[in-house]
Write a protein that binds this ligand. Structure first.
Ligand code: BES
Ligand code: ZN
Length: 844
């Protein structure tokens, strides 16, 4: 007890697996030879020791090392070699020197290894049959590709050269400065990089073409020669957002070029390597014949997100992974800003409205669970860091940034950011540094705000509040409590909540308040009011009875405000603070609604409950018919042919939602219509629905579309459709053929199978039985976690649930799978509670 308190008090540094700062890298000369089967190379790292040292460590994992040499720099060359012995451990090497060394010296070492098979480090893949080799280092896999000081605060410059087989090209962070044939090989040399962290170093080798636009610097999208034209859309977003960020941050992009590359096998969506951003094909390539508008939005968001990292992350970097949210939360927020402000010609999209469901709701949904953690939680080693790339860092993180911006005002906030970038560029920062720069900007603007005091707790503490309201004659009385779902929490301090209330008088007026205690009494300006105006804060609201109905019926409530009202009441019902019937009752007011975002949100909540009661006919039917009621008529008026395609983005998205749901709900007229249309006449927005409607008629041919298509939208749609089959033998076949599904794609299949109500239990059992095989095939831990989360978090029928719980229990000591196991367990408990509560309640 005492000891653990003591450790907590002193953490993180006691437990942190990092390198001592006695020896600091300044420059790397990295020479690589990328063969077809394996790679090798040598690195010279220029180091500096402030104080004399006799021992130091560097990172290296799975590399065969040879010829290690330590050479003391001296002005009169050649340098002197210092005798050294080494000791290798799992991911680092200790060097022991015969004599103490101080000042500048170099470490030289040769290395070789097989390409990785887990989509991390330096790994191989195939692009339309051609071998391709690329890197993914974040958070801690540079050490698998070359010996280095692999942590974000050990920044250095890099000179990189790569030898590749003739016929291949090589790309790296900086521009090419030399290309030389050397027999069977070609040598590529690249310009020196700015000072940077190892996790954003990158190189790619392949047979690739590109499309290019030249602004202040050349920007290119690389893909297979036959697919490069699909890069145009991402290219236009890159041009616009890069220019936007340069202005917004008042700081030029510091490299001489920007390349973005499609990598056919890719674990994440994209990776912000400085100057050489890598992408999953679906997140970069837009093919007008098969890409949906949803995917187009995803491409735009992803490009904007990665380019935001060129400043937030690459230029200014978190000191340690505890502050990962400074990278990810910030980039998520900035991407929305950049698209809203600079890409409306490319994509007419109300991004901030989507932000409500994509980030705020997602963040709250995770943050209410028992297994949540604080945005700035302590992580000591790579296995933990990897599991921090989650909805807390991204979604809660970005929502909090939005909250601060709303609270301080956009101008002051921006000035604070500019100050932060100027002060920490080419260096590292912690969360407190950002608060200090924002406070400084506020002071300069004459605002008396203490940013750390108000915002600090949102980052340092897990969870978030809900505010319940009671009314008196002339006041509204607010009480805040922590919002938890599936468990009780006690002893939480109140959060300092910046509140905005929209008072609906003749002219609606938005007013700000700060609630820094458990209760707050506010003068009632008008009988009708909306808390959390424009969802400017990260909290939920529980209104007095009837207020929700009155809000929904109020004409002129903005889309975000309607979404927030619906989401809060559904979330409160899920947490058993309100009745499901009250939430569902609100949806009845959406009869005439035509807004995609609002309907999409309502439909996903109804679908959640439908799915939760999948084995309870009466309740299942209740939600099923509610959903059908929402889509039936809407479907009738939709035309699915290309020639009748709507043009405004709201209608495009709404129609696609309706058609997709109609098929998912097995609404016969929809299935028939999609079976009747010719593929060449079909509006590609409905491609997934098209395959879903046909999969049971012609399973083999949908399967072969998945196997043979190179078009990212088509391939993914076919796979999702396969998982929606209503024929049992097909499910068996899919599990027999798992190795045919590429590791990076398997998550789409599992997601689809988990949504397949008819075979969800069966698929979960097959998943468990085949888990070791699946894990081996997928290889990448992040993708395996994702698969577990989809497959095993909604199994409630007793005989299957027992097996799922047993399986999760068996993963108890598997640290790599911890977050997935926690999430499943939380979901199962939440679902059980709701099912028990409503067991004897008739919903109709
Ligand atoms: N830095 C991440 C990539 C990453 C993810 C590295 C997980 C290591 C582990 C990148 O900037 C990112 O956030 N990518 C997102 C896409 C984005 C649009 C949210 C992704 O990969 O999902
Ligand atoms: Zn990111």
């Amino acid at each position: 007890m005492f000891l653990s308190q003591f450790i907590l008090f002193l953490s993180p540094s006691l437990m942190r697996k990092d390198l001592p700062r006695t020896v600091i890298p300044q420059h790397y000369v990295l020479s690589l030879d990328a063969g077809l089967d394996s790679f090798s190379g040598s690195v010279t790292i220029h180091l500096n020791a402030e104080e004399p040292v006799t021992t130091f460590k560097f990172n290296s994992e799975g590399l065969k090392l040879s010829g290690l040499k330590i050479v003391k720099d001296s002005d009169s060359k050649p340098g002197t070699t210092i005798q050294a012995s080494t000791k290798e451990e799992v991911d680092f090497v200790t060097v022991n020197l015969e004599n103490a060394i101080q000042g500048k010296f170099t470490l030289q070492v040769n290395f070789s290894a097989e390409y990785s098979t887990s989509l991390e480090g330096f790994y191989s893949s195939k692009y339309n049959g051609d071998p391709m080799f690329s890197t993914h280092f974040e958070p801690a896999d540079a050490r698998k590709a070359f010996p280095c000081f692999d942590q974000p605060d050990m920044k250095a410059t890099f000179d990189i050269e790569i030898r590749v087989p003739a016929g291949y090209i090589a790309l790296s962070n900086e521009k090419e400065i030399e290309r030389k044939e050397e027999g069977e090989k070609v040598l590529f040399r690249f310009a020196r990089t700015p000072v940077m962290s190892t996790y954003i170093v990158a190189y790619v080798v392949g047979k690739l073409g590109y499309v290019e636009e030249k602004g202040r610097i050349p920007i290119r999208v690389y893909a297979h020669e036959s697919e490069k034209e699909w890069g145009r859309f991402a290219l236009s977003i890159a041009v616009k957002t890069l220019e936007f960020y340069e202005k917004y941050f008042d700081q030029e992009y510091p490299l001489s070029k920007l390349d973005m590359v499609a990598i056919p096998s890719f674990a994440a969506g994209a990776m912000e390597n400085w100057g050489l951003v890598t992408y999953r094909k679906t997140s970069l390539l837009f093919d007008a014949n098969t890409t949906s508008t949803q995917s187009k939005k995803n491409i735009a968001m992803t490009v904007a997100h990665e380019l935001a990292h060129m400043w937030f992350g690459n230029l200014v970097t978190m000191k340690w992974w505890d502050d990962l949210w400074l990278n990810e939360g910030f980039a998520t927020w900035a991407a929305a800003l950049a698209i809203a402000e600079s890409c409306q010609t490319e994509l007419e999209w109300d991004v901030w409205t989507s932000f409500v469901s994509d980030e705020i709701e997602k963040g709250m949904s995770m943050d209410g669970r028992r297994s949540t953690h604080s945005v700035g939680s302590v992580v000591d080693e790579p296995v933990e860091v990897n599991q921090k790339f989650d909805a807390i860092s991204y979604s809660k993180g970005s929502s909090i940034i939005k909250m601060v911006q709303n609270w301080m005002g956009a101008d002051t906030f921006k000035k604070g950011l500019i100050g932060y970038i100027k002060k920490f560029k080419y260096g590292n920062a912690v969360t407190g540094d950002l608060w200090a720069c924002l406070t400084e900007a506020a002071e300069a603007a004459g605002q008396a705000v203490d940013v750390a005091a108000v915002v600090g707790p949102w980052v340092s503490r897990p969870g978030f509040p809900y505010i319940s309201i009671t009314e008196t004659e002339d006041t509204i009385e607010l009480v805040q409590k922590r919002f938890t779902i599936g468990y009780e929490s006690e002893g939480d301090e109140p959060w300092p909540i910046p509140i905005r209330i929209l008072w609906m008088g003749k002219e609606p007026e938005s007013k700000s308040y700060l609630m820094d205690k458990e209760t707050l009494s506010i003068k009632k300006e008008y009988p009708l009011y909306k808390l959390n105006d424009e969802v400017s804060g990260f909290y939920r609201t529980m209104y007095p009875e009837k207020q929700n109905e009155r809000l929904i019926q109020y004409n002129g409530l903005s889309t975000s405000n309607v979404m927030n009202t619906i989401a809060d009441i559904f979330a409160l019902s899920r947490a058993l603070h309100a009745k499901i019937q009250t939430a569902v009752g609100l949806v009845d007011y959406l009869d005439q609604e035509t807004n995609y975002e609002i309907l999409s949100l309502a439909i996903s909540w109804l679908s959640y409950f439908r799915s939760l009661f999948y084995d309870n006919k009466a309740k299942y039917d209740y939600f099923h018919s509610k959903l059908l009621g929402m889509i039936k008529e809407r479907f009738e008026s939709i035309k699915i042919e290309k020639k009748d395609a709507p043009t405004d983005i709201n209608t495009i998205m709404l129609d696609s939602l309706v058609v997709g749901r109609a098929v998912y709900l097995r609404f016969e007229p929809a299935i028939e219509r999609l079976r009747g249309v010719k593929r060449e006449d079909l509006n590609p927005e409905y491609l997934r629905s098209y395959f879903m409607a046909r999969v049971d008629q012609d399973f083999k041919s949908v399967f072969s579309v998945y196997q043979t298509s190179t078009r990212p939208g088509e391939k993914q749609s076919a796979l999702v459709a396969l998982g929606s089959t209503q024929v049992e033998e097909n499910v068996d076949f899919l599990f027999k053929s798992l190795e045919v599904v590429e590791p990076q794609d398997s998550i789409y299949l599992f997601m689809s199978l988990s949504m397949n109500i008819s075979f969800r239990n069966k698929a979960a059992m097959l998943f468990i039985e085949n888990f070791e095989r699946i894990r081996k095939h997928i290889g990448n831990a992040g993708l395996v976690r994702y698969s577990i989360e989809s497959m095993l978090s909604a199994i409630y029928e007793e005989e299957f649930k027992v097996k799922v719980k047993g399986f999760l229990e068996s993963l108890k000591d598997d640290r790599e799978m911890k977050s997935a196991m926690d999430k499943c367990n939380d979901e199962l408990v939440i679902g059980e509670k709701i099912r028990a509560e409503y067991n004897s309640v008739n919903l109709d």
